[in-house]
Design a protein around this ligand. Structure first.
Ligand code: BG6
Length: 494
């Protein structure tokens, strides 16, 4: 799609969590940076019986609480001024009539490009799209766009069905599937780190790399999201999407260009090369677990089954660890270990790359014989940095070694840190799809996790437990291929 300058940006679920916590602050930052075109108008659609003033007050409070001292009332007022609040229940046709009324009297001319951002439950996507079509917002005619959040479907089959249904009203290039991890600057930096440094590319393969670990650890629990999370679980909530994206960016071949299709083609190739997990061997490739009561930081945390609105016999996993092999020329034989969990010891998303031992054991009969191999650590969040661990001779008369750590923070002091949504919202507005997920990516990612999902759905495979505040269940170590591999929990080793 050509670069477009849309006039209307409609947010469904405008009073919901996602809008309040992510979208409004990101729009505020874009307003502050002068990146929102004058002709851009927002329409907030929600069920609450609110006036325009109520909405304005809500936005103001939401921004104040998120931004704290950085809040600037003048910028907030500029943003609020772009909004029209429309009261409506998106499951009812009347909401779309109300929407149509607002959209047919734009402040700045009639607009053929409308963005419909569905900040709502995935289960309602189809309902909204059908109503949009019936109300005359036909995507295929007017080149409108819809934006949907993950998870896209609940498994391979439902994702295909949902896609087919969306495609009756919108073409693929009009559907923006968000995975907000791709909006994180440190994730985009992986592409730069890999392909802008000729030092890295020659060693980025099975000849030098022993294994890769990707950890997405969260210290928080499920907050008030039991309704969604308990029917989803960590595998569908995190691993099938965010973690698969990290894996593909880490493992893909250099794309021909940085345009959307070239990037997505390479990511799909990685997903297609992932070895299918044999049904009878799922237990040696993946383990699931749930947190029991414990202490996270200084706070007592209840067990998952004690959380509000979670059944006391729930078997939903709050932790998953899995092993994948990418059977292609570059990665054959290199295990990729992925794990994610809620209520772990701390928030930390990092990629740990361990290199092989040097081919010649030159230091066999010295104290150096057991030296740890080199590591590269790419820390995504909340620490944003890169570490390369090497060995050097310790100064002195003896042949001793010490580890040296080359550290590079991603940001210099004072450089502003943005959340992922600023970039993504701007890309949607500009019609740039390179950081969004094409359907075949979704499809292949479901294909990768499908054997695990199926096994867990029918088999009595055990749900392990781990105390809140720990690093997960001890059993997760059994995924490792060799005795000298283990989960790494720290960016910087002691
Ligand atoms: C969301 C998941 O997509 O990502 C949440 O639904 C999770 O369960 C969140 O907490 C993590 O995002 P971030 O940006 O805080 O790592």
């Amino acid at each position: 799609m050509d670069t477009i300058s849309p006039c209307h940006f409609v947010i469904f679920g405008a009073t919901g969590n996602l809008t309040t916590i992510k979208l409004l602050p990101a729009l505020y930052h874009l307003e502050r940076a002068g990146r929102l075109a004058d002709a851009l108008e927002f329409i907030a659609l929600a069920r609450r019986d609110w006036s325009q003033d109520d909405w304005a007050e809500h936005v103001q409070l939401a921004l104040q609480s998120k931004l704290g001292e950085a809040f600037d009332g003048v910028i907030a007022a500029r943003l609020i001024d772009r909004f029209t609040y429309v009261r409506g229940d998106y499951s009812q046709p009347e909401a779309y009539q109300a929407l149509m009324e607002v959209l047919s009297r734009p402040k700045s001319g009639v607009c053929e490009n409308i963005i419909f951002y569905l900040a709502i439950r995935p289960a309602d996507f189809l309902n909204v799209v059908t109503h949009l079509h019936n109300a005359g917002f036909s995507g295929k005619v007017a080149r409108h766009r819809i934006v949907v959040e993950k998870p896209f479907g609940e498994d391979l089959e439902s994702a295909r069905m949902l896609n087919m249904q969306l495609h009756t009203h919108f073409d693929e290039e009009q559907i923006y599937r968000i995975d907000h991890y791709l909006g994180k600057e440190t994730v985009q930096n992986l592409i730069v780190f890999r392909f802008a440094n000729s030092l890295i590319e020659p060693i980025w393969n099975r000849n030098y790399i022993d294994h890769v670990q990707i950890t997405v650890a969260e210290d928080k629990g499920i907050d008030s999201r039991a309704g969604y999370f308990d029917s989803s679980g960590a595998l569908k909530d995190m691993l099938q999407n965010h973690m698969m994206q990290l894996l593909t960016v880490m493992a893909m071949e250099p794309p021909a260009t940085l345009d959307a299709d070239a990037l997505q083609d390479e990511k799909v190739k990685v997903l297609r090369s992932i070895r299918t997990i044999p049904r009878e061997a799922v237990n040696s490739y993946a383990i699931r677990a749930q947190y029991s009561a414990g202490t996270v930081g200084n706070e007592e945390a209840v067990a998952y089954r004690e959380e509000e609105n979670v059944a006391d016999d729930s078997t939903t996993e709050t932790y998953v660890a899995a092993k994948f092999y990418i059977d292609n020329w570059r990665w054959k034989g290199v295990p990729f270990y992925l794990r994610t969990g809620k209520r772990l010891q701390e928030k930390m998303t990092s990629i740990f790359i361990r290199f092989k031992h040097p081919p010649q054991q030159l230091f066999q009969n010295t104290s150096l014989q057991n030296i740890e191999p080199n590591w590269i650590v790419l820390a995504i969040q909340p620490h944003e940095c890169m570490h390369i661990e090497l060995h050097a001779k310790e100064p002195g008369l003896d042949m001793n070694t010490r580890r040296i750590d080359l550290k590079a923070p991603y940001r210099d002091e004072g450089e502003a840190s943005l959340d992922a949504y600023e970039t993504l919202l701007l890309d949607i507005i500009d019609g740039d799809r390179s950081l969004f997920i094409r359907f075949d990516e979704v499809e292949w990612a479901w294909q990768v996790v499908d054997p695990i999902l199926r096994h867990w759905a029918v088999a009595d495979s055990y749900v392990h437990t781990y105390p809140a505040g720990s690093w997960g269940p001890d059993e997760a170590t059994r995924l490792f291929d060799s005795d000298d591999q283990n989960w790494r929990n720290q960016i910087e080793q002691a």
